[in-house]
Ligand binder design. Structure first.
Ligand code: FMN
Length: 230
């Protein structure tokens, strides 16, 4: 695609796609919505220091994150950073914003609603161990699962409609990668351990979350305090 065409699409994308609803959640079995404190947008380590400390640490302890940390983490991941336009901390092609973040906590699974900055209930129960195939995955107090809603690409009209599967795959993976790096940098800034994963049971997670065929589970990412040495 020519650069100018891409930029034209990007500029026009937000109003066209703003009305698309979030995916219908599976039955939440009595799980209540979770309010998040207002995110703290100041502080943290300087960017260059956070970059210097960014790393994968698979030794994540069981200690819970405070509500404020969870709020800040999700805002850093893909929160709204421009209130008037609703734009986010991570870029997405044509501002389609097809990545949904499912937040796996000990009490249940929630969907991050960036506009409301809260967590919508999806599924009760502790399903954290299902967010990866490696040992220790279930210990992290928070596991994020990145799901691409490819139906959002196909819902556009005219030049906004992207139906090429290879393009959808490339763009949604880039989008998830930006979010993942935001999470890595927030973790580095706060001294948290962070673990991005492609080795996951994509089909199993999709079934668990009752996803539509157009929703593709891409990656997961565990975050928590580093495991304390015994
Ligand atoms: C696309 C992608 C998929 C990854 N999948 C896994 C995974 O399934 N399991 C895992 O332990 N690490 C996974 N990682 C983390 C990498 O192993 C890690 O980033 C790499 O070893 C470099 O280490 P660093 O992140 O500390 O720089 C993944 C990283 C990326 C970018």
């Amino acid at each position: 695609m020519k650069r100018r065409t891409f930029l034209q699409r990007s500029a026009a994308a937000w109003p066209v796609l703003a009305g698309l609803a979030s995916p219908a959640p599976a039955p939440a079995q009595g799980l209540q919505p979770l309010a998040l404190p207002k995110p703290q947008k100041q502080g943290g380590k300087p960017l260059m220091q956070a970059l210097a400390e960014r790393q994968t640490n698979r030794n994540i302890g069981e200690e819970k994150l405070s509500p404020q940390m969870l709020s800040n983490l999700l805002w850093a991941a893909f929160g709204v950073n421009r209130e008037t336009s609703g734009m986010r901390t991570a870029p997405s092609a044509m501002a389609v914003r097809e990545i949904d973040i499912y937040v796996f906590l000990p009490e249940g699974v929630y969907l991050f609603d960036a506009a409301a900055h809260n967590l919508k209930p999806v599924l009760a129960g502790d399903h954290r161990a299902k967010t990866g195939n490696q040992a220790g995955v279930g210990k992290a107090p928070v596991s994020l699962v990145y799901v691409a809603d490819l139906d959002k690409y196909a819902s556009g009209s005219g030049p906004m409609r992207v139906t090429d599967a290879a393009v959808q795959t490339a763009w949604s993976n880039a989008h998830a990668g930006f979010i993942g790096q935001n999470v890595y940098l927030y973790a580095a800034s706060e001294g948290l351990a962070c673990w991005f994963r492609a080795l996951i049971d994509n089909a199993g997670i999709a079934k668990l979350l009752n996803l539509r065929p157009g929703q593709k589970v891409l990656y997961s990412q565990g975050v928590g305090h580093p495991e304390k040495a015994a």
